[in-house]
Design a protein around this ligand. Sequence first.
Ligand SMILES: [Zn+2]
Length: 466
Amino acid sequence: MIRIERFDEISLLGVRVIDPLMRLDAVADVVVRRGVIETVTPVHTAEVHRRSAQEELNSEVSDSGGEAEARSSCLKINARGLILCPGLADIHVHLREPGFEHKETIGTGCRAAAAGGFTFVAPMPNTKPAVDSIEGVRYALDRAAQEDACEVGPIAAITVGREGRVPADFASLLTAGAVAFSDDGVGVEDDAVMADAFRRARDVGAVLIQHCEYRALSAGGVLHKGAVAARRGWPGLDLRSEDAMIERDLRLCRGIRARYHVAHLSTATGVELVRRAKEDGLPVTAEVTPHHLLLTDEACDTGDTNAKMHPPLRTAADVEACRRGLLDGTIDCVATDHAPHTAEEKARGMLQAPPGLIGLETAVPLVARAMIETGLADWTALIRWFTEGPMRVLGRRLHAVAPRQPANLTLLDPAATWKVEPTALHSRSFNTPFLGWWLTGRAVLTIVGRRVARRTEAPAEGPRGK
Ligand SMILES: [Zn+2]
C-alpha cells in the first residue's frame, strides 16, 4: 500500500538517475529540500558498493527539528539499484467522477496513479455530466487538489455534451485549466463538425485527441473481428472503423494544420498512416496502451470480459506494428486508457460487459515486459515514453532531474517482482486481464514538491512469468 506524507528534506543515495531530457544516465546522490532539487552529485559505483558494505542505510524517516512547530522531517533512502526519473505522466485516464463514483473517484484514481509512479494524469471528460464547461474543469481540479495525491490536468470535450454536433468553447476551457480536448469513448464522426473543431483548436493552440471509431462500422462488435470472434461466434469489430477515422482526420489536418493526437492507436494500418503524416510534417502525435503492446484477441478466448475493450485487442501483426511504431518515434508515448468498471458490470458476459480495463498500476511493468524484457528497448526509452513523450503531446514543461528544478520525480525498482491482485491495487475497480500475472518493475516513490507517495511494503518474492 502507499502512504502519502510530506518531507522537508529527501535524500536518495546512490540512485541511478535517468533523465531523457538531460540525456543523463548516471549514479548520483540526489537531495531535495523544501520541494526543490538541491543537489545531484555523481557517485562512483565503487563508492556505492563500499557504502552498502559499510553501513545499512535503509529507508529512514527522522525528525531533525527541536520545537514542534519548527520540526523538519527527513526521508533518507539507500536507493542503490533503483532508478530515479522525472515524474511519469499518463495523458489518458478515466477517473469516473462525477457520475460513476461506484467505478472510481478522483481520490482513488489519483492514489492508483501515485502508486503506479505517475505524478500527472489527464482524465477524459466522459463523466456525467461531461466536462464541457468551465465548472466541470474546475470541479476536477478542485477535487484533485483536495485529494493531493497526484497532479491532474483535465481534458475537456471537443463537442458540447460529447454529442458530436457543436464544438465546445476551447478558449474559455483552456483558461479554466483544460490541457486538451477529446470526446473519448466516441469519435467526432461528422466531417463538418470535426473540420470546424480543427479550425477553432488551431486558432487557440489547442490539441484535439481523437478516439478513432466510426460506430456505423463497429456497431455491435465486442472484440476484434478475427479468428477468436469467428470461433466463438461473437460479433467482431472491424478495424476499418479505426483506420477510416484516422484517415479522415489526417486529411482534414493536412488542410487545416491543427494539433492532432490519435488516442490508443491499435492497428498496423493506423501506425503506417501516422508514420506517413509525420514524414509529411503534419502536427500529429499518437499514443499506444500497454495492453496493445502485449496482448492479442486470443486473450478474449477464455471469455474474460476484462480483455474486452475499445479499441479491441488485435492480431500479433498489429502488436508488432505498435511496438515498431513506438521504437521509431511514430508513436510518441504510452498512455493507459485506465478505465475502471465494477465486478458486477464485468460479470455480464462478453456481449453485455462494458469495454475497458484499469492500467495505472501495471503500466510500467507491462511496458517493461513488452519492450525491455524482449530486448527491444531499455529503461531510458521506457522513461521517455512516460515523460518527455506525453508532455510534448500536451505542450507541457517537463521538469528535469537537476538542481533548482521543482521536485517532480518517480523512483522505480526495476527488479521488484509482484503479483497483480486486488489487494495489491489502489483503484476502486479491479478489471484487468493481468490479474494473477507476476510482473517485474514497480514504482516505490513518487515525489511532487514536498509531497511523497511512498510504498510501504517490501516487494514480494515470486516466480517470473505469468
Ligand atoms: Zn477511447
